[in-house]
Design a protein around this ligand. Sequence first.
Ligand code: JFZ
Length: 437
Amino acid sequence: WMILMGVVPSFRANAQYHIPQKLKWWYNDRFGMFIHFGSYSFLAHGEWAFSIEHWKKADYQQQVSSHFNPSKFDANEIVQLAKDAGMKYIVITAKHHEGFSMWDTKVKSFKDVTGKKKYSLQRFTPFGKRDVLMELKKACDAAGIKFCLYYSILDWSHSSQEISHINGSTYSTMKSDEARTAYIRDMKAQLKELIDRYHPASLWFDGDWTYNAGQPTLEKWWTKSDGVNLYNYLIKLDPNLVVNERVCRSFGLGDYECPEQKVPDAPLSRPWETCQTINHSWGYNKNDHDYKSTKALIQKLVKVVSRDGNYLLNIGPKGDGTVPEQTADSLKAIGKWMAVYGESIYGTTRSPFKTEPAWGFYTKKEGKLFAHVFAWPQNGVLSIPALKNSITKVYLMGDPDKALDYSVKDGKVQISLPTNAPDGDDSVVVLDVAGAP
Ligand code: JFZ
């Protein structure tokens, strides 16, 4: 027994971290929709066009922002797409790096270069007074989807910041200490507006990268203590607010980690989320037609959850507010899989084993182990390490009434599979367990 006890834990994964009460919904939901939508959507060159194309502030505002008119924006349609795809929360850009506010901000200093107009959707465009964030918030509430907001700390339009375009990157330097203090005060006022008006379940910060690979985009005007201070300010306004680590990244601040466009090799020391694009762009880019396959997207979601992460998948609506057809098609295809297999994602956590199998990934919850089989075994046998508690039933997730034969011996569970994989993207084999798997 002693020997066995010593051997068994060694190939089991590390213990899970504690999840604070306020984070429980987020940790349970596992799959969300990111929406990059701003005046850049009109130009249709992605959300970094201002920087990459070296625009002058005045030209960008006149030729891009002032033409943004998302009159076909339909919150219900977008929320329905998210819901059908099995996404449980939505994070939309309230203000991206370009500095354009998607809501009718009352904070005075967020103006265009002339200083005469508010630089917002409602005051700077032909769109009029519709409140798209509120429309989305209401549609989310009605659908039981959590509504969350993205906010960029750096701001390429704000008068406090000197902009220089160097090698396709844009550096934002504070004009003076007074400008810095005033900007941070005004940014906090905007965030209070957003919290008071939309009660977001979560705030997703970005544009904080003081120490980005030796390229201090913010010229060090945004520091760790600013990040700590901002987090504390927000939590005072709403103790339940979930905030990402990018209030000032790489210091372990906020409530969860944000490794971007990459999936860590193993679970991290605290909860994490990866945000990813469906093609290669966040903001709508009319030249980007290179979409990931449904299979790649589903398998990525599974891999992320098996390593205890959340998956935030991005859409970039067009300037008129409509969702590109290929994006909608991708979401619908994911939704078809989620309709059958969603319960192997929601409320599940990391694989119970340290080693990942060659054929796919594991997710688990109390009473269930889900074997996500990407590569269906040629010999008709799926081999799994022995579990902590006894197995009561094994079956294919799409066919729960038909029990599969299995044997348990020599520390292994051997399951007999049908010849053909039931799902080309990911077939899930379920093991019902009397307790934790
Ligand atoms: C940032 C933004 O600049 C971008 O426009 C988009 O909003 C994205 C979600 O976030 O881009 C980043 C930020 C961090 C990394 C890479 C791109 N990173 O840490 O590798």
